[in-house]
Design a binder for this molecule. Sequence first.
Ligand SMILES: [Zn+2]
Ligand SMILES: [Zn+2]
Ligand SMILES: [Zn+2]
Length: 266
Amino acid sequence: MLATLTFLGSGTSMGIPTLGCNCAVCVSAISPDGNPRNRRTRPSVLISYNDRNVVIDTGPDFHAQAIRERVNRVDAVLYTHGHADHILGMDDLRPLTFHHKEPVPLYADSPTADTIERVFDYTFRDLNRYPTSARVALHRLPNSPGTSLDLFGARFVRIPVQHGNETITGYRFGRAAYLTDISGIPDESIPLLTDLDVLILDALRRQPHPTHSTLENSISLVERLKPSRAFFTHMSHDLDHDQTNAALPSHIRLAHDGLQLTFEIA
Ligand SMILES: [Zn+2]
Ligand SMILES: [Zn+2]
Ligand SMILES: [Zn+2]
């Protein structure tokens, strides 16, 4: 079965253009003679297959992203971790959940589920739940590596990854994997990432960062894991789209908002 993956957003937590910044990439992102591929909203992907839509992370730009890509239904959401740039659009799911017979399932590891419950307390509390809250059901993914869930005929495997001092969640689905916000991949996760067609990796910038992968480090991860194709995401304004792409090997590309890929999911 083939799936289409759409990058809803490919930018870092601050988004590009970054507020208050006048660097060449931020200016290019929104000027008429600039490069719209430098305009990067907060990171998220949509995976469409079998007439279903699965979203990984709903950040603060989810509303605009869903309008841009004409996302009219969401059947499940998988979360990577509880940072603002990955969860704050959860409430925008509301109108997409009202017409579902059953609550829309959200999947997250335990620390992330705790954060989502705390931030959106009015949605999840039993007493005095806000009456028109999102109709969602939050499911906790077990912590062990290789935990998987079956959704609409495809299997999603949890891939533990390092994000600074935290262990967060990446996902493999069929022959693709999405690993955002990574500073490292623990040894036990490496066997879960063999035989990939598409590998999507965090590549924040060129300079080292305590909780994110650099361009150079992500290139070496691609060399180690040997997917057929790799795409970088969660990028800051340090990386100009065209200039950076021109210097990368042809099987590695920077993602951009709206980029679509087709791959085998089951
Ligand atoms: Zn992030
Ligand atoms: Zn900038
Ligand atoms: Zn993060």
